[in-house]
Design a protein around this ligand. Sequence first.
Ligand code: CAA
Length: 257
Amino acid sequence: MYENIIVERPEPKIGLIRLNRPKRLNALNRALMSELAQALNEFAQDDEIVVVVLTGDERAFAAGADIGEFQGKNPVDMLKSYRFKEWEAVRTFPKPLIAAVSGWCLGGGNELAMMCDMIVASESAVFGQPEINLGIMPGAGGTQRLPRAVGKAIAMEVILADRRLTAQEALQWGLVNHVVPTELYLEKALELARQIAQKPPLALQLAKEAILKSYEMSLAEGLEYERHNFYLLFASEDKDEGVAAFLEKRKPEWKGR
Ligand code: CAA
């Protein structure tokens, strides 16, 4: 059983993972990250699950890496601990992953949220990268994903000056998809998950993959990649079903094949 996260299936096709170290504002220690990786790997292989929501609690999504784990560590300790191994499970999670964020979303917490595909925020959410105050810098993608989301100028201010973004600012700068009253943030994320859960799983997976490639490839390579995934979906039963259902004016029944 998990000690640092809670794993639920609130509805058919939807997985929910709650970060659960409330006394530490869900600080991401190794144990939590390893449980998160395990839960994501299980959901990835579970054909019943189409989309996953990742959340914390009202006070914090996560206040960053667990700072206690940094004490007395030298670069070799950090290198040997291979501490970002678990994060790969988040980065490579093949199904749509929605972060439902309330309260503090700082440092590694913000990096974790940005690794998700979409972010739904409560109006009380605060986004930031305060690592600079510890004499370090973001290490789980903050310097790469934040500028891609909000642009260089704002990313510089957030990372170098510890500027915290309110939920409204995060919305304005394109970091988050929705901002809702605090009591509704999880419900809003689940509503989005419900919408996505009605879609064909293979097309979701290949479309997500292609969007993420747009961060890594030239336009020409990305277009090529997109086209291959597009052609690949013509091998799926769901494509036959989707087209037939449209022409027959009925609701499609997806098989995920
Ligand atoms: N690691 C370990 N413990 C943490 C923590 C963290 N990142 N964030 C908060 N906590 C602990 C606090 O030490 C405190 O513990 P005690 O009750 O034992 O004192 C408890 O959680 C509650 O926190 P506060 O009393 O500080 O709550 P607050 O409301 O006064 O302040 C806060 C909230 C502004 C978020 C403040 O806790 C804070 O600044 N936290 C650290 C944020 C930070 O620097 N994050 C970056 C970490 S480095 C990183 O993430 C590297 C990376 O890129 C992977």
